[in-house]
Write a protein that binds this ligand. Sequence first.
Ligand code: SF4
Length: 102
Amino acid sequence: MSMTSVRKEVAISTGTTGLRLASLNLWGTAACRGPHQEIFFPPTVTETRRAKRRREARAKEICATCPIIENCLSIALQRNEQHGIWGGLTEKERRVLAASSN
Ligand code: SF4
């Protein structure tokens, strides 16, 4: 299991029971499952802006094909996820979206 899977499962498992159960069923169809999962979160080493832009663009391309993109974004917004690409949006983009819907 990759670090991205672990991070998402930990994030999900600490949520409410209903959210956790719904999420566990959904993640099996997530487009980010597989060898490219690491691109959804910043690396543990310093990342250049250019490398970050490329990584995030690639992650967003994968999200665009994901059958659960709306669920993923909804969960990220509910949980106020602070890191990574969720539902096709970066953390900054999710903050802007959340602020605009308040
Ligand atoms: S929307 Fe993106 S981050 Fe969310 S489950 Fe799908 S591929 Fe993964």
